[in-house]
Design a protein around this ligand. Sequence first.
Ligand code: MG
Ligand code: ZN
Length: 240
Amino acid sequence: MAGVVVVFDFDKTIIDVDSNNWVVDGLGATELFDRLLPTMPWNTLIDTLMGELHAQGRTLRDVADVLRIAPIDPHVVAAIRAAHSLGCDLKVLSDANRFFIETVLDHHGLRGCFSEINTNPSHVDADGRLRIAPHHDFHATPHDCGLGTCPPNMCKGQVLHRIRASVTAEDGARKRFIYLGDGSGDYCPSLRLAREDFMMPRKGYPVWDLICENPGLLQAEVHPWSDSKGVIDKKLPHFT
Ligand SMILES: [Mg+2]
Ligand SMILES: [Zn+2]
């Protein structure tokens, strides 16, 4: 429906796994990943791993092939298509990266359902290696979100604030937001939703646990979803 903006997290929300872990495991880099994990921020680590895999002869096509077989719940696909066909404005807000997300959405024919992908930028360099950069340049301009659940490269609450400002500026009308996510990084934006908005946390996942610790902190109505019973494709269109 026009006037409703639906914001989707990507990892463990649109797809059923974490795309970074899926690619790392699928290309046999799990051991290296575990070794490097304590030494650098997550976002920097994935960029570094892409360099290591490239040096080992893995191509961008290998990365894409692994992403195309990442599991995706048909109920989630149905929910996305239904919300889009009802006229909602769908956006991705993810701490993965543009290449991973576009590869998956293209493969499932879903990219056209989304008006915007907010994530860590990526590009392919002259050698054919995938480079991944942080969404916020945290060395030059830290995002200064004091919540503690936002990684240094992305405060989703601040990005959500920017999205709301930009969609409101388009026609001046206030929009209802619906936010779907699973991770601790989805907690900050849930606190920024307004009374007329809906927060849809994935039940049993970190953002659900954080919300349950102190439900009074959220202004938005909370409607959990789970993958097991196809709740999402019935609930989401109902709210729009
Ligand atoms: Mg997630
Ligand atoms: Zn934040």
